[in-house]
Ligand binder design. Sequence first.
Ligand code: ADP
Ligand code: MG
Length: 446
Amino acid sequence: MVLAQTQISVSRASFATWFKNTKITENKCGGVTVAAPNSFSKEWLDSKYRALILKILRTADPNIRLVDFVVDSTTEAQPKQKTADALPEELFEPQMQFEEFKIDQKTNLNPHYTFDNFVVGGFNELAHAAGMAVADSPGAVYNPLFVYGGVGVGKTHLLQAVGNKIARSFPQKNISYTTAERFISKIVEAIRNQEIENLKRKMGQLDVIIIDDIQFFSGKDKTQEEFFHIYNVLHQNRKQIILSSDRAPGAIPAIMERLKSRFEGGMVADINSPDIETRMAILKTKSEEMSIKLAADVLEFVASNIQRNIRELEGALNRLAMYYKINKISPDLIITKKILKNIIAPPKKTTNAKKIIQAVASFFDLNQNDILLTTRRKEIVKPRQIAMYLLRQEVGESYPSIGRKFQGKDHTTAMYAFEKIAKQLEEDDSLLNEVNLIKQRLYNEV
Ligand code: ADP
Ligand code: MG
């Protein structure tokens, strides 16, 4: 039943790969254990599907509060690898490709994430340099190392690369990588089983603790409390603490002040979005890694159209790689555009105040001055209010500035107009229609 529900919630290909060979092996006191056929799929399920599985289990039994994942090699074969005869539709589905990397059982580190395959550019060089320094002398330079940045910019990769490098240079060191979510559930479980002191003692003996996505500690008072003690023990003993977050320490809501100030007490390094040169470099490196050849214009098209983060770049590359696998030829620019059309947002159309006034005026068959000048003529009131609404809505103009445009009206006039139109749009379909037509004219003329 859980499998059936899951199948509805995830794509066909993901389902086949990740869920088919799982089974539920335990259900006691609100805790469920899901057995996966190998450590890689266990890790994957744990990191990507924990919330979904928990949600589905809860619809079956609301008492279930925790899911855990274990490896059970008796649960049949390896997960299916994607092959050339994989569904062509995957090309158009957000998918990632996987190689089977063994997550280290002891450290929980994924050996794939290294410094060797970490591209450095202006956007991440500070974080990279700090990470290298920490990897060379853990506990001695920046403690803690706090890395922050948006999704898909390489925080996890960097944290794990530091961990892997330390593991290689200092094999005797006791390293642990964990996500904040797992950390939280470990703490919660330990408290429930009265094993918290035990857990804290164990964690206090680590040489390197890495916690990813620490923003999830927000509002988790009990976890913060326990972590605070672990943190102090480790820090006093000059053990390395490495943390990541999606925002700066000071910007994480509902975090105890004393933790915040500790997070800020070492090195805080941010990672931005990669610039175009770096995006090109990343695409080159990764396509070589995947052994697919892509023409320069294809690389350039991808790099200039996918700008936000590296995960999206990889997603695009995976689609191109899939095409290559199936057809045994590199996609050219035309095919690339087709394959990527769903993930490339259309270029944001822009407009400006002048165009808005023009469009509104011509739509109502008025001239611009009719709209801009103060008049009480009834037929002018509505167009003027629509113009004010659009100035706010489409180009984000401030109320005072809108007011000034209309013969020095007060900002409250603009605010009133905006709110009135916004409200009417919810109720009045013909007004909605008019506004949409104006917008069409606004954006369709070049
Ligand atoms: P985050 O944790 O910030 O959301 P990840 O570390 O998961 O991002 O990175 C997303 C993907 O991009 C991963 O597959 C990672 O290997 C890759 N990646 C991120 N940064 C780099 C980089 N500088 N060089 C090469 N690959 C990178
Ligand atoms: Mg991450």
